[in-house]
Design a binder for this molecule. Structure first.
Ligand SMILES: Cc1cc2nc3c(=O)[nH]c(=O)nc-3n(C[C@H](O)[C@H](O)[C@H](O)COP(=O)(O)OP(=O)(O)OC[C@H]3O[C@@H](n4cnc5c(N)ncnc54)[C@H](O)[C@@H]3O)c2cc1C
Length: 392
């Protein structure tokens, strides 16, 4: 039987980070993963260029029922620590926008860096290995795996969330949490496009591929970024961000003219150019196609002087506070993250150790900590992996 200090289940972002740091402390570490490749999500992240952290990472960028939980780990392993690691490995990178750091080349640079860090401290990564059973035993945990029985003092669950099942995502981490008496908070897809099935679907379809800078709000939270019309509904960064705050049945409010006071702008146009058609005026704000579609379909486009004040008010409201009720989301198939998960109230924010079962640790996305879009989810994986590594 293999007897080792630390077994980490999940060779993703958090698991590899934890392995490298625990190995650096002199712990004998084995990382096991059922997939045939480590870090598949790292490889597909950021459109292939891995948005590995964000310059402006703060606890406010994370959703959790316990908003204080992430603070300690994020403070002890910051974006600057990860940037130092990236620089040590000479991974070329750049800020794309809003503090989002991306690889100049491919995401594999980040994965290679993590695997090199693991190799440097003899932390072994074993792929194609399934865990069959886990049992608490004197001084640690006993595992039955497809590679044989194992024993370890510390067991780290780094199996991530449910998003992109085709990339190896499973509910395994939740199952282990349940086995050891943990509370699970309901999970749902986050950072995910909306589907639209009502009369708005035709407009989305016709505008498919058009992106517009908007202010999108729901449940007291707002994001200023692009929205993207798609054949199936709405996507784009602002929509992905707000999807994490949206609940089924609710309306999302979209301000299509965030830099203008729509009512004032319409009044001004009416005054300055009374004979101009609404679609022509909107064409100065939106693409010609979008202006024509919304002017015709929503407001029966005509010269602006022909609209009454009440009608102009209605137009202003529609443009600045457009209410969209999504039919749903694209779900885990395309979601970047899973909201909810292992309740952080039963996990130490200092060590990531279970408060229910000593020697058991949870890190990364399996926990009820979810970042905004923009590199925050990886920063949580690095920070929580690092935190656990100091104690396993
Ligand atoms: C398309 C896409 C793009 C993304 N882009 C970004 C981005 O640019 N920036 C960003 O910050 N975040 C991004 N994310 C989110 C980010 O990838 C995750 O938040 C992060 O990978 C979570 O790290 P983790 O280690 O907790 O889980 P993961 O990285 O998902 O790793 C979990 C590992 O556990 C393994 N595993 C699962 N079940 C088992 C089991 N039963 N037995 C053994 N092993 C198991 C999996 O194979 C996997 O290797 C993206 C996500 C997706 C889906």
């Amino acid at each position: 039987m293999l007897d080792i200090d630390v077994v980490i289940i999940g060779a993703g972002a958090a698991g590899l980070m934890c392995a490298a740091h625990a190995g650096a402390r002199g712990r004998r570490v084995l990382v096991i993963d059922h997939a045939n490749k480590a870090g598949k999500k790292i490889l597909m992240s950021g459109g292939g260029n891995c948005n590995f952290t964000n310059l402006y990472t703060e606890p406010a960028n994370f959703l959790s029922q316990n908003k204080h939980f992430c603070k300690s780990a994020l403070a002890r392993y910051t974006q600057w620590d990860f940037i130092a690691l990236v620089n040590k490995h000479q991974v070329p990178h750049h800020e794309k926008k809003l503090g989002q750091l991306f690889c100049d080349n491919k995401s594999i640079d980040i994965l290679r860096m993590l695997l090199a860090e693991c190799a440097a401290v003899n932390a072994e990564v074993k792929l194609d290995t399934a865990v069959e059973t886990i049992e608490k035993v004197e001084g640690g945990y006993a595992l039955q795996t497809s590679a044989g029985p194992m024993r370890c003092q510390s067991l780290v669950i780094a199996t991530g969330g449910l998003s992109i099942p085709s990339m190896g995502a499973t509910g395994f981490g939740y199952q282990v949490a349940r086995q050891f008496g943990h509370t699970l908070l309901p999970t749902r897809a986050g950072l995910v496009p909306f589907t639209i099935t009502d009369q708005l679907k035709d407009l989305c379809n016709e505008l498919s591929g058009t992106s517009v800078d908007c202010l999108v709000s729901c449940n007291g939270k707002s994001f200023r970024e692009n929205i993207l019309f798609t054949h199936r509904g709405l996507s784009g960064p602002a929509i992905l961000q707000i999807s994490s705050y949206w609940l089924p049945g609710q309306a999302v409010e979209i301000n299509l003219m965030p830099d203008l006071d729509a009512a004032q702008w319409l009044a001004q146009q009416r005054n300055d150019r009374p004979n101009a058609e609404l679609r022509t005026l909107l064409g100065e704000v939106f693409t010609k196609k979008m202006a024509t579609l919304i002017a015709d379909q929503w407001f029966e486009s005509k010269p602006i002087k022909q609209y009454t004040h009440a009608e102009l008010e209605r137009i202003a409201t529609q443009l600045s506070a457009w209410q969209v009720v999504p039919a749903g989301t694209e779900g885990y198939r395309t979601a970047e993250v899973t909201l909810g998960g292992v309740d952080t109230k039963e996990v130490s924010s200092k060590t990531m150790e279970s408060l229910k079962s000593p020697g058991l640790y949870f890190i990364g996305e399996v926990l009820d900590v979810t970042g905004h879009l923009g590199g925050f989810n990886f920063q949580w994986a690095w920070a929580s992996g690092h935190a656990a590594a100091q104690f396993v």
